[in-house]
Design a protein around this ligand. Structure first.
Ligand SMILES: NC(=O)c1ccc[n+]([C@@H]2O[C@H](COP(=O)([O-])OP(=O)(O)OC[C@H]3O[C@@H](n4cnc5c(N)ncnc54)[C@H](O)[C@@H]3O)[C@@H](O)[C@H]2O)c1
Length: 326
């Protein structure tokens, strides 16, 4: 019971030091979706507060009874931060003991958020993208632009070209330089959003989330047979582009309805399936090479908790972090 008298604190660098590979996160993500499909998760839609325009601080609790993990992420996204030299995303995650409810670990949540979001895109691509996808278009060359590329390379064996777009030329330049060195695939900087969509087999949008967006992506830009994953709500996709999809999926219907109620997603298509239903086989994934498929990812607390558990267990094993008294 000694662990109930203290908790483990893990900083961002403690977590990075553990060097957990992306494929481990993708595996555990798929398990989390199967648990959701089996009805073994509790995950109320995230309540939030909004201290600045287009900024959020969200509370994301989840319990997965089959995997025996419980906790909450308290995560901020402040769009003005990069201009101040700070990351857009920051926050903490607390894991609780499922027997006593006691907190057992507090960790920085930036690594978790980056990795689990990329991993969820990869799981979606595994079921919804064409197996022979070669060209990846990324809009937003930040943290998510990086982790999503890394994750997709794990599941899309034929990916060989990346077309990257960012509104800030320096961010785009650094992305091309770093990602080329890291992954050894062809990464090009393109001068407009259009060129990061046209003729791409997979498109991920990872710019800022805007409550009143002026979306750029048109239906005609998107390739038949393509797979799109949006991480920035409907900020980048025109309504007609989303309606042109043969299947429109999401990671969580309840959360999507909750955001609609809050004034986001004014014109989106009917949801064909939740990602967990596709992973579990309850709903069919891609069936032909010319279908246009989109998955709208809001980000789920179950994804955070399974990733945090992976981190906690590895940190305990390797004696990483600081024990703090309760
Ligand atoms: N759905 C999810 O699960 C999930 C999880 C984490 C983050 N997100 C969202 O993903 C987005 C990116 O997050 P991040 O942590 O990578 O942020 P980041 O600040 O690290 O990167 C964002 C990048 O987008 C660029 N950018 C800004 N406006 C742009 C535009 N109109 N077109 C193209 N690029 C633009 C910025 O210059 C920056 O390089 C945010 O909207 C965030 O809320 C979603």
């Amino acid at each position: 019971m000694s662990r109930l008298k203290s908790l483990l604190y893990l900083s961002r660098s403690d977590i990075e030091k553990l060097d957990i590979p992306m494929n481990n996160v993708i595996e555990i993500m798929e398990k989390a979706f199967l648990e959701k499909a089996a009805g073994r998760v509790e995950m109320p839609p995230k309540p939030g507060i909004h201290p600045q325009k287009d900024a959020f601080i969200h509370a994301m609790p989840a319990y997965l009874s089959g995997i025996r993990v419980a906790g909450i992420k308290w995560v901020s996204g402040f769009p003005e931060n990069p201009a101040r030299g700070l990351p857009y995303i920051s926050g903490l995650l607390v894991l609780n003991d499922v027997e006593s409810g006691f907190p057992i670990c507090v960790m920085d949540c930036t690594w978790v958020t980056a990795m689990r979001t990329g991993a969820a895109t990869a799981v979606a691509a595994k079921y919804l993208a064409r197996e022979d996808s070669e060209v990846f278009g990324i809009l937003g060359c930040g943290v998510q632009g990086r982790s999503n590329l890394e994750a997709l390379l794990n599941v899309c064996g034929n990916l060989s070209e990346v077309r990257s777009y960012d509104v800030i030329a320096e961010n785009q330049r650094r992305y091309v330089e770093e990602m080329t060195a890291k992954h050894g695939v062809k990464i090009v900087a393109v001068p407009s959003p259009r060129e990061a969509v046209v003729n791409c087999d997979i498109v991920v949008t990872a710019g800022p989330i805007l409550k009143n967006p002026k979306p750029a992506i048109e239906a005609s830009w998107f390739k038949n047979g393509g797979f799109a994953c949006s991480l920035d709500f409907d900020s980048y996709w025109k309504a007609e582009a989303m309606h042109s999809m043969d299947r429109f999926c999401t990671d969580d219907v309840e959360q999507l309805a909750y955001y609609k109620y809050q004034g986001y997603f004014s014109d989106i298509p009917k949801v064909y399936a939740e990602l967990n239903d596709v992973v579990s086989g309850k709903k069919r994934g891609r069936e032909s090479s010319d279908e246009r498929i989109m998955s709208m990812h809001l980000g789920l607390a179950i994804e955070d908790m399974v990733t945090a558990q992976l981190i906690y267990e590895k940190a305990k094993k390797k004696n990483v972090g600081i024990e703090l008294p309760l």
